[in-house]
Design a protein. Structure first.
Length: 403
């Protein structure tokens, strides 16, 4: 018969290991969060003024919609292949590092873009770098969120991500306010680019023996419910307006001053981070159905942004940011619940590919509708998001059964 004292000592040892594992996982999430913080300072700072920059370079609203959507589509499509590559090679850290390098080197080059075509190529290159690293990084992150809770882990990472998304536009806004031109602001974004690589070294050291799953025992297929989940998220992306088109409208309608636009984007990113924390915790408690609340708020960005006046600008940006925060915290968490570690690279890649293609189609459609009818644009976006909300409500039980 086993000694009771031995059982107590063993229980304490297991509890200690568990606590140590949780602390290690939490440190890794924070370290990887700092990587995203600095990276977001770079590319979100650029993203905050891409619409006005393209307008100053001679692009039309339709062209802005196509460029913004095309960048997302190409980036998302490549994630399907980069996700499969990550699962096949298991070189998660190498792929992540190369993706950050490409992504962060390209952004300062926008300072030298002499035409909207040249700027468009650099924008697409920046999206390509993000697509390369995305699935591999999310696999590394999902391994740690297994320990602390998917919603909590992804929500914390998204919140830190958005801190950088606030600081970057503020840096750009300061530069634009001083020079009254968008181009020079991109040179300042090279500073946080270096910080991202330093943070990546610390992230690797924080969890050196974790994050890479063992080789699969058999070639499992992605579950059917995953593809239904992808379809629902794709419909949501179809109706979710891209910020460059909103910013284009704000400037072309003289609803705000040029230097105010990056400040609006910075505020939106801050609100996105806060809502990501909230929705992450709500996801762990209530499941994917909580995203419906975020959708009902985000669809209001369309009527307030395109049909409202100066006050509607701020309401629109707030609603847009809330919806984005809800997506950041819940969509990746839902995938982590129903897909095993060995297939998550492929799952994240396939998910982002479908999401990006539908985002592209939605951006192009809204860009075309903008030149035709603002009311038609609003109806299109609101209808698509309402359909997505219904699909996510229906998916609640299948997801719970699979997880």
């Amino acid at each position: 018969m086993r000694d009771p004292e031995s059982s107590i000592r063993e229980s304490k040892r297991v509890l200690k290991i568990s606590n140590q594992e949780r602390k290690s996982a939490f440190r890794f999430i924070v370290a990887l969060g700092f990587v995203s913080l600095f990276a977001d300072m770079t590319y979100e700072g650029a993203h905050s003024v891409i619409g006005p920059l393209l307008k100053d370079l001679g692009a039309s609203a339709t062209q802005v919609g196509i460029i913004a959507g095309l960048g997302e589509m190409i980036a998302a499509s490549l994630r399907y292949f980069s996700g499969r590559l990550a699962d096949k090679t298991r070189a998660y850290w190498t792929i992540t590092t190369v993706g950050y390098f490409l992504n962060l080197v390209v952004v300062p080059g926008l300072a030298y873009a002499g035409s909207w075509q040249a700027a468009a190529l650099l924008i697409i290159a920046e999206r390509t770098g993000k697509s390369l690293r995305g699935p591999a990084r999310d696999v590394l992150l999902s391994e740690a969120t297994e320990v602390v809770g998917h919603g909590k882990g992804f929500g914390l990472h998204a919140a830190m991500d958005q801190i950088g998304a606030v600081l970057g536009p503020l840096l750009v806004a300061t530069s634009v306010a001083r020079t009254h031109h968008f181009g020079p602001a991109f040179l300042w974004l090279a500073v946080p680019a270096g910080g991202a690589f330093i943070a990546l070294i610390f992230a690797r050291a924080a969890r050196p023996n974790k994050g890479t799953p063992p080789p699969p025992l058999k070639e499992d297929k992605l579950p059917k419910v995953f593809w239904l989940y992808v379809a629902a998220a794709g419909v949501l992306a179809l109706g979710f307006v891209d910020f460059p088109l909103l910013a284009y409208h704000f400037q072309s309608s003289s609803l705000t001053k040029p230097e105010t636009i990056p400040l609006l984007y910075a505020g939106a990113m801050g609100l996105t981070g806060l809502t990501a924390l909230v929705f992450g915790r709500l996801f762990d408690r209530y499941g994917i159905q909580i995203i419906v609340l975020g959708i009902l708020v985000s669809l209001l960005a369309l009527p307030f942004g395109f049909l409202g006046g100066p006050t509607g600008v701020y309401v629109s940006v707030a609603c847009w940011a809330t919806g984005l925060g809800a997506q950041d915290a819940t969509l990746r968490s839902g995938i982590s619940q129903v897909v095993t570690m060995n297939k998550r690279g492929s799952a994240f890649g396939a998910f982002n590919a479908a999401y990006g293609v539908l985002w592209f189609l939605g951006s192009v459609t809204m860009g075309v509708l903008y030149d035709y009818s603002l009311l038609a644009l609003v109806v299109f976006g609101v209808a698509a998001q309402l359909v997505a909300a219904v699909l996510f409500v229906w998916l609640r039980r299948p997801l719970e059964a699979k997880s």
